[in-house]
Design a protein around this ligand. Structure first.
Ligand code: COA
Length: 384
């Protein structure tokens, strides 16, 4: 396999972007990424775009070709990639394989979602199509409800508290203050989270990621091209992808996301590193309990200790392993298809040294992107 590097990044702001449609967002992020890479759209040989549900959010399918059309590409392969909330991470992995295999030399991996054109209830219903229709959605389960079950069992088994979970939200909102692209750029206190509206017991409003619009793009190139075009390429050292049951009830222990454990094993093994070598990570915090499970399943702390680990400040900027310096899905926002790509953009900033007030000292970074309640997990490891 050939070595692959990220040579360009670009994203839109995340949030309620009423004045822009999905194509505007995807093209804006793409133009920024090409500019950052010092290339034009004529240099791009293929695109992979992560998008969960153009059909249900904006009544538009066939979005791979649509974005290719409006981005001005001429007859190149434009592929839409779908793996629910892990669509962006999977688009990155497909682009990585495309270049690593020798098929193409310069490839774009993007992600986009326009979620706010429909109401909140309809958005929750659309998101729930990524759970099992037969066993979960038909009973009225939504993602807040499914993650609430994970939270309840985690609390019961390990003594994790609502405050432990809330501290993830407090930290991620604090980090997002310094991210000009974030949906929410305001600090919140522990009391704010604890007193916020109950959504699905024990998860409250401020334990949840929001419904956001946004797009993110990265440009990838093979080794020689990357060195020719870019002063500071960021290398993909490892890539892992694993699957688990779609329904929670089919799992022996819903506090462990086995797909995360396996995807991380693959990525660590390929990169030749372990959890202690990771300096910074963007993990899939669609709900605060998801961040706690992720830091355990990725090996940053022992199973069951994620809440107490967070309480010590270990996951804050300046801590042992800074997690979600961008603000995470919780505060940066979670436009489904874009999230996995935006995670990689934050790690590129951290490794390039361009993360400004969010900057940590990092040589190796990780992204962790989950689909549904963990039926898909994608893990990437990056180095300077
Ligand atoms: N975090 C912080 N603030 C939030 C928020 C969130 N997740 N969601 C909404 N808000 C704020 C809004 O900005 C708004 O503030 P304002 O009154 O100052 O303008 C207020 O809360 C009400 O917003 P609204 O859009 O009416 O909230 P809602 O009750 O319709 O939706 C949730 C709130 C939590 C139900 C919704 O954000 C949600 O479903 N999140 C989960 C998304 C999800 O499942 N993603 C997939 C994960 S697998």
């Amino acid at each position: 396999m050939r070595k692959v590097a990220i040579i360009g990044i670009g994203m839109t702001c995340f949030g309620n972007l009423w004045e822009k449609d999905m194509v505007d967002l995807a093209v804006e992020a793409g133009i920024k990424a090409c500019k950052d890479a010092g290339i034009t759209n004529r240099d791009v040989q293929a695109i992979y775009g992560g998008s969960m549900s153009g059909g249900l959010f904006i009544n538009q399918e066939h979005v791979g070709a649509l974005i290719g059309d409006f981005a001005g590409f001429k007859n190149i392969p434009c592929t839409r990639v779908e793996a629910a909330c892990a669509s962006g991470g999977l688009a990155l992995r497909q682009a990585y394989f495309d270049i690593a295999s020798g098929m193409h030399d310069i490839v774009v991996a993007g992600g986009f979602e326009k979620m706010t054109d429909i109401g909140g209830g309809q958005a929750a219903k659309t998101l729930a199509t990524a759970s099992s229709q037969e066993w979960e959605a038909v009973q009225g389960a939504t993602f807040p409800g499914l993650y609430a079950m994970i939270a309840r069992l985690h609390m019961h088994k390990y003594g994790t508290t609502a405050e432990h979970m809330a501290l993830c939200a407090v930290k991620n909102h604090k980090n997002a203050v310094h991210n000009k692209y974030a949906h929410f750029r305001k600090e919140i206190s522990l009391a704010d989270v604890m007193n916020s509206q109950l959504v699905s017991d024990p998860l409250k409003l401020l334990d949840c990621s929001p419904i956001s619009d946004g797009a993110a793009t990265i440009v990838l190139a093979f080794e020689e091209k990357a060195k020719e075009l870019c002063k500071n390429p960021i290398w993909i050292l490892g890539s892992g992808h694993a699957q688990d049951t779609l329904s929670l009830h089919d799992r022996s222990d819903i506090t462990v996301l086995k797909a995360t454990v396996e995807a991380a094993r693959q990525a660590y093994s390929q990169a030749g590193v372990g959890p202690h070598d990771i300096d910074v990570a963007e993990v899939h915090d669609c709900f605060t309990i998801a961040e706690i499970c992720a830091i355990e399943d990725l090996g940053f702390c022992k199973k069951g200790e994620g809440g107490r680990f967070t309480e010590t400040g270990a996951t804050a900027i300046g801590g042992k392993i800074p997690i979600n310096t961008s603000g995470g899905l919780k505060a940066k926002g979670h436009p489904i298809g874009a999230s996995g790509i935006a995670q990689a953009i934050e790690i590129v900033h951290q490794l390039r040294g361009t993360a400004e007030k969010r900057q940590v000292n990092a040589d190796i970074g990780m992204t962790h992107n989950v689909g549904g309640t963990g039926a898909t997990a994608i893990v990437h490891i990056f180095g300077k």
